[in-house]
Design a protein around this ligand. Structure first.
Ligand SMILES: [Zn+2]
Length: 318
């Protein structure tokens, strides 16, 4: 039997739209440049499985499963590599794509990402200390007192853009958290949109990121040989208050934790996980990733009756 060359597999991959293949077995919905759905690799209730047609890759932020069209057909549809190749090579009835169109789409996505990083940097630049702002009221209402690290700021920023006109929506008060990449450069922000009274804004999701977040962290303390790592800014600020001598970093999202690119100086990571199932799964996946990088890892959780660290603080206060 003749072996199948890389050029041949690349050629069949380029002809197919990954979302169309996966869409036969998983219900997908469009989300920005990608598609999302419930992960076929693990059991979940809210979708964390993403499919990117221009890259030809899928990735699950819940369980970490990832791969290309071949991996999907072999894992989920149970085909051998040769069967998958044959199915793709003569699947005349499957929707196919023009490579030029795919290249154009990939270029447009790269440009979108670069523009989003610039907007995030501009929002960060224009933001100021939280003293006397709704962001301070919000944090106080969550039991977080004392001085804030310089990576937490306040600004009034538009929560959305009109997708048709590109015009900004109205500016809303927001707590702005800096996302720094491995080199320490601010390349993204996470905004928690607030009312002027300091409660969360009534939006479907008042926590929105802009720019690059993947691989980055919100640093509530300096680079140190040992850090505490958690999922959200409120938990991070709670842990910082509880352990004033420790350096606390935040992954800004459950699924993001295993993908943080940590500077080499950090040798030991205490993962402070959330108590729910996705939180524990993310902590386990992150542990494995950091151990693989030669770091020492320990995972801690709040007492069972509290969902996360801020709930524990608030429960204790109550
Ligand atoms: Zn999954």
């Amino acid at each position: 039997m003749a072996t199948i060359s890389k050029a041949e597999t690349d050629e069949v991959k380029a002809r197919h739209q990954l979302s169309a293949i996966i869409g036969r077995t998983v219900k997908l919905r469009k989300a920005g440049n990608e598609y999302v759905g419930l992960c076929p690799y693990h059991s979940e209730k809210s979708p964390s499985f993403r499919v990117n047609d221009s890259k030809g890759l899928f990735h699950c932020f819940g369980c970490g499963a990832s791969g290309d069209i071949f991996k999907y057909l072999m894992d989920i549809e149970g085909l051998s590599f040769r069967e998958a190749f044959a199915a793709l090579a003569d699947a005349a009835n499957l929707p196919t794509v023009d490579p030029k169109q795919r290249q154009q789409q990939a270029r447009a996505e790269t440009a979108d990402r670069a523009a989003a990083i610039l907007s995030a940097q501009a929002q960060w630049h224009d933001a100021r200390t939280i003293r006397g702002t709704p962001a301070e009221l919000y944090l106080r209402s969550r039991g977080i007192m004392g001085d804030m690290p310089p990576t937490i700021r306040f600004a009034r920023v538009p929560a959305w853009k009109n997708p048709k006109t590109g015009a900004d929506g109205p500016a809303l008060p927001a707590l702005i958290a800096a996302c720094q990449n491995r080199a320490g450069k601010i390349v993204g922000v996470q905004r928690i949109f607030l009312t002027k009274e300091g409660t969360k804004a009534s939006m479907a999701n008042p926590k929105l990121s802009l720019g690059q977040v993947r691989g980055c962290a919100l640093r509530l303390g300096p680079i140190a040989p040992h850090i505490i790592l958690c999922e959200g800014p409120e938990d991070g600020l709670t842990l910082r208050q509880k352990h004033p001598r420790a350096s606390v970093w935040v992954s800004l999202g459950t699924g993001a934790m295993p993908h943080i690119e940590l500077p080499d100086v950090i040798r030991r990571v205490t993962i402070a996980g959330d108590n729910n199932a996705p939180g524990r799964l993310a902590a386990e996946t992150a542990s494995a990733a950091f151990i693989e990088q030669g770091r020492e890892v320990q995972a801690i959780y709040p007492p069972r009756k509290f969902a996360d660290w801020n709930d524990e603080l608030m429960g204790v206060l109550a």
